[in-house]
Each structure stands twice: as structure tokens, then as C-alpha cells.
Design a protein around this ligand. Structure first.
Ligand SMILES: Cc1cc2nc3c(=O)[nH]c(=O)nc-3n(C[C@H](O)[C@H](O)[C@H](O)COP(=O)(O)OP(=O)(O)OC[C@H]3O[C@@H](n4cnc5c(N)ncnc54)[C@H](O)[C@@H]3O)c2cc1C
Length: 401
């Protein structure tokens, strides 16, 4: 591991321990994004992970930077998710944005002074992005006029710029899709009421309405035809980031259970002396180790032809393991596991949220299923042995008794 990565992971761990964990309940109660915390994350180098150093970023590879969310997930998975989305947008802006966009935004994004988020989902199109309606018209002066509605926009009202996927014609399909960065203060942009989410209320989320919003061509991040493909690449990075964050969540749940169980007296000994309890927590520990190996392998594969499939494997397996881990650890504490100060109920809900966001578990299964079909097509045919079932008779109707 490079010294630089070591330092960033240590900074992320310290941020989780000293900034997120002690404050997350208060953030939820206040229902507001902790901008002072994300400012601190920026100062610690956690908001420009993959952006080049010349723009103020850390210049880490994806497989290195993604490990940061495992550390942040020790504090809170929703906070880790929000920073992961900001980092992906910053990476896209610094990598694919125009020079003018970079001059205007890159340093503010890498430093965390400004926050970015990604807006793809619409009320009628979540798993199926082809059903997207948000439409950009290209004007004679090359500006774009954008109208439509986005849904589930994280950091809604808080981000300074929204990397928005749009269609540029009425033609069905994705060949006209593009991504453009819409500044939060552009006239015509507005937000619906914030969604109420009991366990991560500090993460503002709502619909975003675009009413003839005019944006400069300098803000085009992915040109026409690249919008869907680029978004899917971004989502693959997000899927592995979520798996990384889930590992932090699992570690937090396991450590809470161990801290309690080693002291809880019962049957003349301690809760942790019981074989059954050790087996339950042992399964969590194995799932955690497997999850770490899987997300790190998936992170290495990003950008290669294996990337989408490996991201799907990680997103399918790890959040499910996190749900199981959070529930098992709650069970180990008995009734105490349900009480707020232990935070396990929050972790269960967070893990469930992480099964949905950035492509549900079922969509990961769809990706894996397609890969299996492709593999099956490349394998020799395996048929039943000659003569097998030749004498089978058609089922006869069972006589009514
Ligand atoms: C906390 C949170 C934050 C989010 N932040 C953002 C954001 O910042 N930007 C953004 O663009 N989006 C964001 N999203 C949206 C998220 O990506 C979508 O919720 C997700 O893609 C699922 O879409 P949906 O909710 O519309 O569910 P739907 O697409 O309506 O799916 C409903 C159910 O059908 C299942 N399903 C779908 N297809 C199949 C299939 N082929 N086979 C079997 N089952 C299937 C799904 O798995 C799901 O269980 C966020 C979501 C959450 C929960």
C-alpha cells in the first residue's frame, strides 16, 4: 500500500471515529446535511479521491480510493454513500469535463468547498433508465435548455451542482443521452419536499424539477450518445463503493455486538462464551472477510471488460451480507439491540437502503444472469443420455376420489 493511500485511509478512519460516529444521531434529529463535517472531509482530502493532483485531487486509482468508504462506513453508510457520489461526479468532471468547466469547478469540488451529485433516476424510471423523459433542447447559441423531473436526488438542495442525465431528442433508446452539470443556482431549478427517511434523515433527498433551465455548453460532461454508457460506468463505481461502505457497516455492527456480548452475564458465564453466539458472530466475521475480498477484487476490475459483472457480484452479495450482519448483531444483544444508543437498528435500515440504491440487488442478479447465459452459450451442449425418458408416458388424469 502506498504511503499516500495509507494516509488517506487513516484520515477517513479518523473522520468516521471523530466526526461521523459521535454526531450522526444529532444529524438525523436535525434533518440537515452536516456541511461542517463535509468541509472537514474536504480538508482531509476525502472529496477529490480520484481527481488528478493538478486539480487539487488525491490522484488515487479507483481501486485505492474506493477503500475509503470502508473506513467511512464505520461511522455511517449514508454519509459514505453521499461522499462516494460526490467523488464520482468530481472524477467525471475532472476527467471528461471541458477545460472551462474544470477551471470553474474542479478545485472547489476536489476541496469539498462545493458538493456535487448525480441525477439519473426519474419518478417513472429507476431500474429502467431507458424510460427517462428529461429533455434538453440545443439552442442556436449552443446553450442547452433542459426541462423535466428527477427523483431520489441525494444532496438535494445541498449540492452546488447536479450531474444530470438528459435526452436530447424524442427518439426512443439511449443514443441521444448526454450528461450535463447543472449549477444549483441556475434559474428554473427547484426541489420537491424532502423525503422522510428515519435512519438517514440528514441526507437530503427529493425530486428535482427543471423548468427551461438554460446551461452553457461548457457544462457538458458526457456528449450526446455517451450519456447512458458513461452513467453505467459511474454506477459500476458507485456499486463497488457501496459494497466497500457496507464492509464498514458490518465491522461496526460486529464490534458493537462483541463489546456487549463479552460483558453480558448469563448462565454463570458471559454471552460470548455461548457456542451459539460465537457461531452467529463467526458467520458475520466470515461474511465480512468474503465481502472485503469481493469488493476489492471488483474495484480492481473497474475499467476492464470484467468491471460491470464484478460490480454486480459485489453489489449483489455485500449489501445482503450487511443486512444479515446487522440483524444478527441486533439479535445477539437481545432486547438491548433494539435500543437507540447501540445504533444497530439504524445499521439494519441503512443496510437495506444500500441494497436498493445505485441499482437494486435484483438488477445485479439480472446482470449476473445475462453473463451466465453468455457463458452457457460458449459451453458444449450437454444433453440427456440417449434413450433417457424414451418410455415416459404422458401424465394421465388423476381419477377423482
Ligand atoms: C437512499 C437513496 C438515494 C438515492 N440517490 C440517488 C441519486 O442521488 N441519484 C439518482 O439518480 N438516483 C438515486 N437513487 C435512486 C436509486 O438508484 C433507485 O431507487 C434504484 O435504481 C431503484 O429504482 P426504483 O426505486 O425506481 O425501483 P423500481 O425500478 O421501481 O423497482 C421496484 C422493484 O422491482 C425490482 N426489479 C426491477 N427490475 C427487475 C427485474 N428485471 N427482475 C426482478 N426485479 C426487478 C427492483 O429490484 C425493486 O425491488 C437513490 C435511491 C435511494 C433509496
Amino acid at each position: 500500500m502506498s504511503d499516500k493511500l495509507d494516509a488517506i485511509l487513516a484520515a477517513a478512519r479518523s473522520h468516521a471515529t471523530n466526526v461521523i460516529a459521535p454526531n450522526v444521531d444529532a444529524w438525523n434529529a436535525s434533518k440537515s446535511w452536516p456541511r461542517d463535517a463535509s468541509d472537514k472531509a474536504g480538508a482531509a482530502g476525502l472529496t477529490g479521491l480520484y481527481a488528478p493532483e493538478e486539480w487539487g485531487g488525491q490522484g488515487l486509482s479507483l481501486s485505492e480510493g474506493i477503500q475509503v468508504y470502508e473506513q467511512l462506513g464505520l461511522g455511517d453508510g449514508a454519509y459514505a454513500f453521499a461522499l462516494s457520489m460526490h467523488n464520482i461526479c468530481t472524477f467525471a468532471g475532472c476527467g471528461y469535463g471541458t477545460e472551462a468547466f474544470k477551471e470553474k469547478w474542479a478545485r472547489d469540488l476536489t476541496s469539498g468547498r462545493k458538493l456535487a451529485n448525480f441525477a439519473l433516476t426519474e419518478p417513472q424510471s429507476g431500474s429502467d433508465p431507458m424510460k427517462m423523459y428529461t429533455r434538453a433542447t440545443i439552442n442556436d447559441d449552443a446553450t442547452w435548455t433542459i426541462s423535466g423531473s428527477k427523483a431520489w436526488v441525494s444532496l438535494a438542495t445541498e449540492a452546488d451542482v447536479y450531474f444530470t442525465v438528459v435526452k436530447t431528442s424524442d427518439a426512443p433508446g439511449h443514443k441521444d443521452m448526454a450528461m450535463i452539470a447543472i449549477p444549483a443556482d441556475a434559474p428554473g431549478i427547484s426541489f420537491g419536499p424532502l423525503y422522510d427517511t428515519p435512519s438517514y434523515n440528514f441526507l437530503p433527498m427529493s425530486e428535482m424539477y427543471l423548468d427551461k433551465v438554460v446551461v452553457s455548453e461548457e457544462n457538458i460532461i458526457l456528449s450526446i450518445g455517451q450519456g447512458l454508457q458513461g452513467s453505467l460506468m459511474a454506477i459500476d463505481i458507485a456499486r463497488v463503493s457501496i459494497a466497500s461502505g457496507c464492509c464498514g457497516l458490518m465491522q461496526a455492527a460486529l464490534d458493537t455486538a462483541l463489546s456487549y456480548s463479552k460483558n453480558r452475564k448469563m448462565f454463570g458465564g458471559k454471552n460470548l462464551d455461548l457456542d451459539g453466539i460465537q457461531w452467529m458472530l463467526g458467520e458475520v466475521a466470515t461474511d465480512l472477510e468474503a465481502s472485503k475480498l469481493l469488493y476489492r477484487k471488483a474495484a480492481e476490475a473497474l475499467g476492464t471488460p470484467e468491471g460491470p459483472l464484478m460490480a454486480a457480484h459485489a453489489k449483489r452479495f455485500v449489501p445482503d451480507a450487511a443486512v444479515k450482519a446487522a440483524n444478527t448483531c441486533t439479535q445477539v444483544l437481545g432486547g438491548m439491540g433494539l435500543l437507540q444508543p447501540y445504533g444497530l437498528d439504524r445499521l439494519s435500515r441503512l443496510a437495506q437502503m444500500l441494497r436498493i440504491v445505485d441499482g437494486t440487488t435484483e438488477i445485479s442478479r439480472v446482470v449476473i444472469g445475462r453473463a451466465l447465459q453468455k457463458r452457457a452459450a460458449s459451453l458444449p451442449d450437454l444433453t440427456v443420455p440417449r434413450g433417457f425418458g424414451e418410455k415416459a408416458t404422458a401424465p394421465t388424469a388423476v381419477a377423482a376420489e
